[in-house]
Design a protein around this ligand. Structure first.
Ligand code: FES
Length: 106
């Protein structure tokens, strides 16, 4: 599956990863600006906050209570499309997903 990270500057980075790789891990491994992943993917830091484009929201894994709570701690404003990148594992259903990277993460 391929993930496109869109920066607020308009720059985009496309990354192809193995199934099961989290969006956060893909970004950090490839030095994508604006995704920090401070807690290493445990859903404890909210520095992997992304805005998932609406056309992909139906395919996302369900929001857990823990993720929901952590999303209240994001630096950039939380919206209906906010998710934690570490909680999104790539699957065929998410092929070619596009996410917007918040301007501020910490
Ligand atoms: Fe810390 Fe996602 S990497 S919450």
């Amino acid at each position: 599956p391929t993930i496109t990270f869109a920066q607020s500057s308009g720059a985009t980075t496309e990354i192809t990863v193995a199934e099961g790789t989290s969006l956060m891990r893909a970004a950090v491994t490839n030095s994508v600006d604006g995704i920090v992943g401070e807690c290493g993917g445990q859903g404890m830091c909210a520095t992997c906050h992304v805005y998932v484009r609406p056309e992909f929201t139906d395919q996302l894994p369900e929001l857990s209570d823990d993720e929901d709570e952590m999303l209240d701690c994001t630096t950039a404003e939380r919206t209906d499309s906010s998710r934690l990148g570490c909680q999104i594992k790539m699957s065929p259903a998410l092929m070619n997903i596009v996410v917007d990277v918040p301007a501020d993460q910490v």
